[in-house]
Ligand binder design. Structure first.
Ligand SMILES: Cc1cc2nc3c(=O)[nH]c(=O)nc-3n(C[C@H](O)[C@H](O)[C@H](O)COP(=O)(O)OP(=O)(O)OC[C@H]3O[C@@H](n4cnc5c(N)ncnc54)[C@H](O)[C@@H]3O)c2cc1C
Length: 408
């Protein structure tokens, strides 16, 4: 039997669930999400859940701001908790240029109505007593952001979309995608699905999914580490949760996780995963961690945050993370493929997925591309990019970590 819908979203991570939610909010309720395994099975389940309002490109700040707003609205609608901790975030200035740019970003936050302050090193130390203010030039402070539970958030989005009429099919891999009757046909082991519009939100799986249509899109899985420490008595003794830190010099983010610290690291020499295609039997596994590769960063972190030297490592996670050659997601229609849309390539998908989905759903339901967001358009690499060139560019953009872009 064929299922026929107006729109099918492939992929049940935070991005697919956000797109489904926003499409139903904008009136496309004849909508279906189809997931290979369970919701959050891809990168979403092991994300730290950081959702800052700080975006390194002012024109894209609304994607960050819109994400947390989206998740909170889905929570209110569905009753499913998203586990938001409002810790605020400090984006440390490791150089005078960074602090100068932080001042230049202020008007964008005022325009969006978001609290934003540029702090001196002493103010940073007052907000986060474990940061050594020597060696920093200040910080951008966004006091009303924090982190969410990515699994709870994905389920809140899915539940809110379902309540508006959407269907969610789990344990149903899409095994083929082709044109049919002016729309698209998805093959599954339980019969085909036809849809006028399809959104591919399958992260690094999208590269192989779109190859039969003539694309070789640079959507590549990197290996990304996060570390969780043992409890620290000085952290446990605090009355309030620490703000999250992002630091271009250490190339990491740090937030409180229970009474310890959770650290996400952008390595100098990232390694890739599954360049020949994601193994068909890949489930939700993590990859083997390699602490040696992280050591230069962890040593710098001990200088920046001396308390880290007292902490034993409790957990080291290495998970696949989708990256593109410019570090930005691919959002929008695929060239020459009417009705086929892409929402993949998110390396901060919790931080930007909800806001990006709002933009994409608006584009799909009105036909009008969002102004000023050409940098994330899905057609910017044309039909593809040679793998070697893509890997070279991803290596360098990943290694830049939290360094601000050369042009803003
Ligand atoms: C260690 C680590 C920590 C992180 N921490 C953060 C953080 O703090 N903040 C942040 O913003 N980001 C973080 N990230 C990144 C974040 O996890 C991703 O950006 C985000 O989860 C991407 O969401 P997605 O929906 O695009 O992809 P995914 O979550 O990977 O979802 C894609 C889905 O597509 C499904 N799928 C694939 N093929 C098919 C098919 N053929 N048919 C049907 N379904 C299919 C998959 O099963 C999967 O569920 C972290 C990543 C890692 C590795």
């Amino acid at each position: 039997m064929t299922t026929d819908v107006q729109v099918a979203v492939i992929g049940g991570g935070i991005v697919g669930a956000s797109v489904l939610y926003w499409l139903t909010r904008m009136g496309w309720t004849d909508a279906l999400l189809i997931e290979r395994r369970e919701l959050t099975s891809g990168s979403t389940w092991h994300a730290a859940g950081n959702t800052t309002y700080f975006g390194p490109y002012p024109r894209m700040t609304r994607l960050f701001a819109g994400s947390l707003r989206t998740y909170r609205e889905a929570e209110a609608e569905s009753g499913q908790a998203i586990g938001f901790h409002q810790t605020g975030s400090l984006r440390l200035a490791a150089t005078p240029r960074e602090q100068e740019l932080f001042h230049a970003f202020a008007p964008r936050y005022a325009e969006l109505g978001l609290p934003y302050h540029v702090r001196t090193p002493d103010e940073v130390a007052a907000l986060h007593p474990f940061v050594d203010p020597a060696g920093i030039h200040g910080a951008a402070h966004t006091p009303t952001d924090g982190h969410v539970d990515p699994t709870g958030t994905t389920h809140a989005l899915a539940a809110a979309a379902r309540a508006r009429g959407a269907q969610i099919l789990r344990q149903r891999p899409v095994t083929g995608l082709s044109r049919a009757n002016g729309g698209w046909r998805l093959e599954t082991d339980q019969g085909p699905i036809t849809a006028q519009h399809v959104v591919v939100a399958t992260s690094f799986w999208a590269r192989q999914m779109l190859a039969p249509l003539g694309f070789d899109l640079p959507l590549i899985a990197t290996q990304h580490h996060e570390i969780i420490t043992e409890d620290l008595p000085a952290v446990a003794a605090r009355a309030t949760e620490l703000p999250a830190i992002r630091d271009s010099w250490v190339s990491c983010n740090v937030r409180q996780e229970r009474n310890g610290l959770l650290i996400g690291i952008y390595e100098d020499a990232p390694e890739f995963w599954a360049l020949d295609g994601v193994p068909p039997d890949f489930g939700e596994e993590l990859l083997a961690p390699n602490i040696d590769r992280l050591m230069p960063h962890l040593e710098r972190l001990m200088q920046r945050m001396p308390i880290f030297a007292e902490a034993g490592i409790r957990i080291a996670n290495n998970g696949p993370l989708c990256f593109t050659p410019d570090g930005l997601p691919l959002i929008g229609p695929l060239p020459g493929q009417d009705g086929l849309w892409l929402a993949s390539g998110f390396n901060v998908g919790i931080g930007t997925g909800g806001g990006a989905a709002e933009v994409l759903a608006h584009w799909m339901t009105t036909g009008a591309p969002p102004p000023g967001l050409e940098a994330v358009h899905a057609d910017r690499f044309g039909p593809g990019m040679p793998l070697g060139a893509a890997l070279d560019r991803i290596r360098s953009v990943y290694a830049r970590g939290y360094q601000l872009p050369d042009s803003i």
